[in-house]
Structure formats: structure tokens, C-alpha cells
Design a protein around this ligand. Sequence first.
Ligand code: SAM
Length: 249
Amino acid sequence: MTGKVYLVGAGPGAPDLLTVRAAEILSRADVVLHDALVHPETLALARKAQVYAVGKRSGRHSTAQKFISKRLIDSARRFDTVVRLKGGDPLLFGRAHEEIQALRRAGIEFEIVPGVTAASAAGAELGVSLTRRGVARSVAFVTPRSGVGERHNDWAASVLAADTAVIYMGAGLAEEIRAVLLDRGKGPHTPVVLVENASLPGRNVHRGTLADLPDLARRMGSGPAVLLIGEALETSIAEPAVEALLRRA
Ligand SMILES: C[S@@+](CC[C@H](N)C(=O)[O-])C[C@H]1O[C@@H](n2cnc3c(N)ncnc32)[C@H](O)[C@@H]1O
């Protein structure tokens, strides 16, 4: 008899952005392995579980990832309900693939519980829709980061192809992001917004243009942040201008 592993999204930070399904599973969990940014009130829902922090803020090392997968498998062989609690949505930039593969290979049953990703929380903070009729019909979730030995990551191509781009784990790479995007033809006046600590009391929003990006990044604190790029973020765009875009679409 083995238990079941749940890969659960904890959402962007605010404990009340957890799904009802996630809360129910946490309440009956025997073991919880969680990422660094999960809110203490969310962890408190796991009333009877042994709770272990396994995440680093960034750049988790591959041996550490293997160790997490092994702990999931070992826990499922000893307990009924094992939760791997990840920030945001587990299927976006969360190393879920490695854990899913390891669980499949070990023949352990698993279930994925989606969560609110940082991009959605950031859009909510800004009060803007990431898509906008006639202006933005595609959204890309991108990270410029890649690990040693991984294949080339042409993140800029995805940013250029999408009407709205949300860049994860990129706030520390503002100079590089600006340089690459300007070099590849993105306009210097393209609206950009950095949203730090979306959904949390320490939330911070820095608005500007692609040309200003490094200055905006310098004003940020040390919280997690996403960078949003695209015309849909331009809240002051006059409605007649939108109507003109719609007529052309
Ligand atoms: C390892 S990725 C995990 C993403 C997560 N799976 C998700 O769906 O949001 C961590 C990155 O997510 C973004 N992030 C997570 N929480 C955030 C928040 N509350 N506000 C802004 N960005 C956040 C930051 O870019 C951070 O560096």
C-alpha cells in the first residue's frame, strides 16, 4: 500500500487565494513539503501534518531537486496523504515535471491541484486585463533564466511574439532584458510594469517604459516580482485610441 502525492498550488502569497480543494487536502495531509514563499497561515491549515520547508528562493540545485523527489516517494511509501506545496501554480516554473516523472517511475499515484499564478495576481493588483479586445489577444509566460547545460532559451522570441508578456524571475536581469528586447526591435516606449509581492501586504508597483526598466528595477525591494510588458498595461490609453485599434482589428 502506498499513499498519494498531491502537487498543490499555494497561490501567489495571500492565504485566502488558496483554492478550496487545496485547503481540504492540506487539512488531511500527513506530510507537507513546501516552497520558501508559502504563507504561514496556509501551512497552519495542515493541522496534523509533519511540515518541511524544501525550497530555496531561486536557482534550486538539481541534486536538491532529486532529493525532494526522493522524499516525496519515501513519504508516499509511509503515509496516505503527501502534499508538495508550491508557490503560485505548480505547473508554471515550479519544477513539477521532474517530480511528476519521478512519481510515475516509482508507480506512485499523484494528483495536481492548480493555483493562482503570479501573473494573474499581478494583473489583479494593477486592475488591468492581460488580454484586451483589439489590443492584446495573446499572453506569454516567460523566464530568461535557464540552468547550466539546458538548451538555449530564446525567451525574447516569446516576448516579441506575444501581445502581453509576463516575465518570471527576471527582476534581477532588468539591464539584460531591456538591452535584448531593444536590440530585437521592441519599442523603447512599450509600457512595462514591475509588480512585487502581488497579493501581499508588502505589494509594490513600478510603472514605466522599456527604456526605464533598469531604473524601475533599482527601486524594488527584495520580494518576488514579475515584469509585465505590453500595450494592454497602458491604463491611460484614451478610449478613442482603443476604438481606432478595434476598427482596424
Ligand atoms: C520559481 S517561480 C514560481 C512561479 C509560480 N509557480 C507561479 O505560478 O506563480 C518564482 C517567481 O514567481 C514570481 N512570483 C511568485 N510570487 C509572486 C508574487 N507574490 N508577486 C510577484 N511575483 C511573484 C516571481 O517572478 C518569482 O521569482
